[in-house]
Design a binder for this molecule. Sequence first.
Ligand code: ZN
Length: 254
Amino acid sequence: MGILDFLARVQGSYQRSTAHFLCRRPLPISTQTPIISFTFDDFPRSALLTGGAILKGCGLAGTYYASLALAGKQTPTGTMFLRDDLKVLIEQGHELGCHTFDHCHAWDTKPHAFEDSIIKNRQALSELAPGTFFKTFSYPISVPRAQTKRRVAKHFVCCRCGGQTFNVGHADLNYLSAFFLERCRDPQVIKQLIDQNQRARGWLIFATHDISSNPSPFGCTPRFFEDIVRYSVNSGARILTVVQACEELCSSAS
Ligand SMILES: [Zn+2]
């Protein structure tokens, strides 16, 4: 391993440790029936038009984390949502979550600028869809700094990061774990994780970006996605949006 690789590893480990251990808001995961949520970051149109249709076909809803500055733009994950898509998303019973207005890097952005971008996203939403509010959040690109985590916490019932695992025992409402589907191309590994979540009676949050027959490195195919959705349903888990799951777990903990 070269010195640069070594330093990158040390920095990554430091970032994950501070994000994990500081500014926690503990939530005991106590549920008779395990929970699974499906989330999409950014979000590309295909996540709603294709991914949302798969969920809807199973009578389910997902959570879409939007950076409103990205509306209508072309990005590596495809065409981003259009303004009219937000209305459709809400009408279909999906949850719209916040991902900052400018898609700010959670570590590299100064904490006050990061919070400003959250407030800007909220203001933009109040103009686009009056009466609609963001209740949950996902961190763009990276784990957050402790000060960022502290500032973000007061705006949302919960905040999601990554970590490639499920939430069990005492989770952190400011730093919920999620599993990015595109980082594992073997459906059997993901199905084993669903089984583990089932046995542990945990809360497994899946995340991805585009759903396309020719996906970006950050997305997956409709076939792969539907296979995981159907396996999740058949596992006996309840499939809830992030805000539904969070509110239910919080009420059973109080
Ligand atoms: Zn993002």
